[in-house]
Design a protein around this ligand. Structure first.
Ligand SMILES: [Zn+2]
Length: 441
């Protein structure tokens, strides 16, 4: 779509995650402002030198080009200043989830989501000339708060040749779509970011923009139609979660759910050979020989660490006694989250239990510090100077029949076809040898 002559899209040829970024140069009167400069947005690519740089939302990829314009004033969204201090300062914000283990907070502090960074600050500090707030006007542009993709995201509105142009950051990408979902997950599943995004999209639509210039994707000319589509889609996704309702973890089955009371206290008998811990993430499959296999071992007993280990020992002893289990031979980890793995080091110490997992699960479980993932073991208070869990690099054939159907984990990973094939990838296999696992959202 031809943009008005005063608006220039500066395409980027950067590749990799979050790329390429659209940068825009807008002439307002005698001056020009640059919006969201990409890493390869250099002065020679611009039709005019910018008097200022405006940032819609603070992420590495759309502020990287600021360094090519030393001395040019950079304006960022108010509230996002802490992201301008550089990567090293930002990393200090990440702290473990601490007692009293408030479920609502879930360790979602400023700057990270349950231990994972869902914000991407620039590596080097970004000198800031000023901050922008909802209702401000700068270089003839109207500033609109549109949180969602980032807590402090802004949209800049410009009226040019009777058209209203919205520089909306990553509020929308193309026709009613999103650039990504993770950046609006502020609170690890409680949907406040997605709801903010929906409100922002509605707010922008009510102002009836003609053209949308987003940080990613194509310029959108039927702006209101596309925003309506985005709103409809978000609404459809959010509908099952009634606003204001108590968010309940789906894996904690409530009263009256399937299964009989087990002979083991605190467990539910799903079948004589399959028992499920009611209060957390552990299921026990019993063999005729008296051995047991656990699927995950996270009892979700949120007391201080030492008490949790003692509680786990008691629960396992009672389980063994009540169900005549000789040994808990094996535990399978479904995914890396700490609330599914927390008690495994204790289980291994107690029973010499073998630990099995897919290679893509084994690596973050053994070395959580190498990954930027939400809710790993350290986030649950377990400091890991050395691997606390070691996964066995062997494959037991019993699992091919046990898990013959498709496996879908809590982490929205979907493994099509025979799961046994997926499990055959040993922990030692190179990542490049493993099949690509499409994320299902
Ligand atoms: Zn973004």
């Amino acid at each position: 779509m031809p943009l008005p002559p005063d608006v220039h899209l500066i395409p980027s040829t950067c590749s990799g995650p979050q790329q390429p970024v659209n940068s825009y140069l807008l002439r307002t009167g005698a001056r020009a402002v640059l919006i969201d400069p990409a890493a390869d947005c250099t002065p020679d690519k611009l039709p005019a030198p910018p008097a200022a740089i405006l940032i819609t939302h603070l992420q590495q990829e759309n502020v990287a080009g600021c360094s090519h314009f030393p001395g040019v004033a950079v304006y960022v969204p108010a509230g996002a200043e802490y992201l301008c201090a550089g990567e090293a300062a930002y990393r200090k914000l990440v702290t473990p989830w601490e007692p009293p283990w408030d479920w609502e907070a879930r360790g979602n502090f400023q700057g990270h989501l349950a231990g994972a960074r869902n914000e991407r600050p620039p590596q080097q500090p970004l000198p800031v000339a000023g901050v922008l707030r909802d209702g401000d006007e700068i270089f003839g542009l109207q500033v609109l708060a549109t949180p969602g993709h980032g807590k402090h995201a802004l949209t800049f509105l410009a009226r040019i040749e009777e058209k209203q142009i919205a520089f909306c950051g990553d509020l929308m990408c193309g026709d009613g779509r999103l650039w990504n979902w993770f950046d609006c997950d502020w609170d690890y599943g409680l949907q406040s970011g997605q709801r903010a995004l929906l409100d922002s999209a509605r707010r922008l639509r009510s102002l009836q923009p003609d053209v949308i210039c987003a940080t990613h994707g194509a310029v959108v000319v039927q702006a209101c139609d596309s925003l309506s589509r985005l709103c409809e889609r978000l609404q459809r996704v959010l509908e099952p979660f009634v606003a204001g309702a108590e968010p309940l973890p789906v894996n904690f089955a409530g009263e009256g759910s399937a299964g009989e009371e087990s002979a083991a206290r605190g467990w539910r008998e799903l079948s004589p050979r399959l028992h499920q811990w009611k209060a957390g993430n552990c299921a026990a499959l019993l063999s005729a020989s008296g051995n047991a296999l656990l699927i995950d071992d996270g009892l979700c007993y949120w007391e201080p660490l030492r008490e949790r280990a003692a509680h786990h020992r008691m629960v396992m002893e009672q389980l063994k006694r009540a169900l005549a289990i000789t040994r808990i031979e094996t535990v399978i980890i479904t995914h890396y989250h700490g609330d599914h793995t927390e008690n495994i080091p204790d289980l291994v110490a107690l029973e010499g239990t073998q630990v099995l997992a897919l290679d893509i699960v084994a690596e973050p479980v053994e070395h959580p510090e190498r990954f930027n993932l939400a809710a790993p073991l350290p986030w649950y208070g377990m400091v890991c100077p050395h691997p606390m869990i070691q996964v066995q690099p062997w494959f037991s054939t019993c699992f091919s029949s046990l898990l013959s159907s498709e496996l879908q984990t809590h982490g929205a990973r979907h493994i099509p076809g025979s799961n046994a094939d997926a499990l055959h990838y040993s922990r030692g296999a190179k990542r490049s040898d493993a099949p690509a696992l499409p994320a299902r959202i």
